[in-house]
Ligand binder design. Sequence first.
Ligand code: FPP
Length: 258
Amino acid sequence: MIEVKIMFKGLWNNSEKIRVPSSINMNSIPKHIAIIMDGNGRWAAKRMLPRNMGHRAGVEALRDVIKTASNIGVKYLTLYAFSTENWKRPDSEVSMLMRLLIEYLRKEIDELHHNNVRIQAIGNIAGLPGEVITEVDRATTKTRFNNGLCVNIALNYGGRSEILNVIRKVGEKIKSNELQIDEIDETLVESLLYTANTPDPELLIRTSGEIRLSNFLLWQCAYSEFWFTDVYWPDFKGEHLLEAISDYQNRQRRFGGV
Ligand code: FPP
């Protein structure tokens, strides 16, 4: 039997309670959790459904995870929604993912805003279809002064291309004499990443049994703790997030020290 603490802190639906296992230390909740939401296609195949249905179910899974993260005081949640490599998928699947994103933002933005959630997008946003850019702009503008959970949606995102952008910007600054080579340090690089002003994720979660980073947050995950689960993303719930956090809290983080 898992003992539970009942939380009343969350605003979500006002009186909704969330159950937190007593194994969780509420004083050391990670500030930033990154998630690779994987397994939508396999979830659908297992049910003999088209892949698109898996993505739809994947969007549904976001609700519980965002609500739980917000209620327990996570400050940043970074979600890998569409990578620079995902353009290789069939056009019909790419269009469906873009449509889902638009639908999600239109449908959920008021509730997210009401719950003090801030939406941000990271990645090459300018390379997305116009309608997606408009919806992302609307959501980020509407929620920009919220100071609860910040949800970073990684769209057209690739870790290598993010680092390449930084290198180009640094090169330009040197060329224009704005910067000297010996002034290049980690603080400067961090200030030029998409995630500027965001602490590195303490915890990275990947669902569906795959054990790799797939070009996600390459710089930022240098010292993150990784947590992998066989659960497919559409089946991932707040309780799995809590399980990952509990596991994280039992690890010793040494950052290269002893
Ligand atoms: C990986 O599953 C998932 C994706 C490429 C997309 C993730 C997107 C969503 C959950 C929905 C859209 C997001 C938002 C923020 C509205 P896969 O297709 O690679 O699954 P598979 O490996 O089993 O084929």
